[in-house]
Design a protein around this ligand. Sequence first.
Ligand code: 3PG
Length: 391
Amino acid sequence: KKSIKDLDVQGKKVFCRVDFNVPMNDGTIADDTRIRAALPTIRHLVDQGAIVILASHMGRPKGNVVEELRLAPIAKKLEELVGKNVRYSKEVIGEDVKKQVSELEAGDILLLENVRFHPGEEKNDEELAKAFAELADIYVNDAFGTAHRAHVSTEGVAKHLPSAAGFLIEKELEVLGNALSDPARPFTAIIGGAKVKDKIGVIDNLLDKVDNLIIGGGLAFTFVKAQGYEIGDSLLEEDKIELAKTFMEKAASKGVKFLLPIDAIVADAFSEQANVKVVDIDSIPDGWLALDIGPKTAELYSNVIKDSKLVIWNGPMGVFEMEPFAQGTKAVAEALAEAENTYSIIGGGDSARAVEHFSLSEKMDHISTGGGASLEFMEGKDLPGIAALDE
Ligand code: 3PG
């Protein structure tokens, strides 16, 4: 893909899509990681004398104006981070935007309102795409977190302007792309989270690439059931048992080590106050549910991690938000943090939150800014926001 470095942006208007979909807490930004992640591109554009028009979504307002999802606090935060004035328009497109754009000079920044306030955005509406394109000379996409969406600001507008990828997208593609195409070995993937259904594509694709596939989280228990064990009241996707068997057979036929929990932390209720005990995987009692991997499993997984050269992690090992069920996820995070010869890639979303929760973010080699986007990338899918950019 064409890189932002290949463009002469001096004096040009650049419509730059970023992912400022940050978690908010009572009107304040709870985590500004995604804003910081876009800074290299924004600074480059400013330094090169571009006129910078920034667009992002926040939340899922579904084409309506939702006061709490306005980007005003983001504009303020950005101002602080780039150390210069950031203008902000309370509309996505229209007279105010046109007027403000006409007043901008080289190096100025304007942030448009939450693009999902416009009903055309998610429909990838052609009129809106043209309207955005008319504001600018060049389109730059640096919203990796939203690259799996074919919306106007991520995809449609690219068809109407010369386009390029920003530094964040470049970095994500380089790290994730190399991991999938030319991995250091042994290569281990850790897949967790609640549901098999959400991880089918990624398990299937990674089985063709990894040496070890570690399974944890709620989804592990459909596999445990498929192995023939009783799982009490643990999460079960009855209709995925056959698929779980197929995955295990595929792993065996490819020589991929498929690791499942050998013990678990079980509780008599889904609650932090529940009674809790550690049991071997063949001894999950009736009426109890597994909410974390057990200590033997945590040790087994940690050893595999430390013996790996490359690890990709997507999805927690247990309900880490609840203290009694945090140990498994914590052990995996710590193993990644301690493993000196292991390059660690953290898929965004829950795994990134988990690493943050245990204050280990600094110790990871790459934390993707994409949740859904990094998952789809690891499934081997083309991301529309990237596919649309000029070669
Ligand atoms: C994300 O947070 O994963 C991205 O910003 C995309 O958001 P979406 O799932 O609402 O499209």
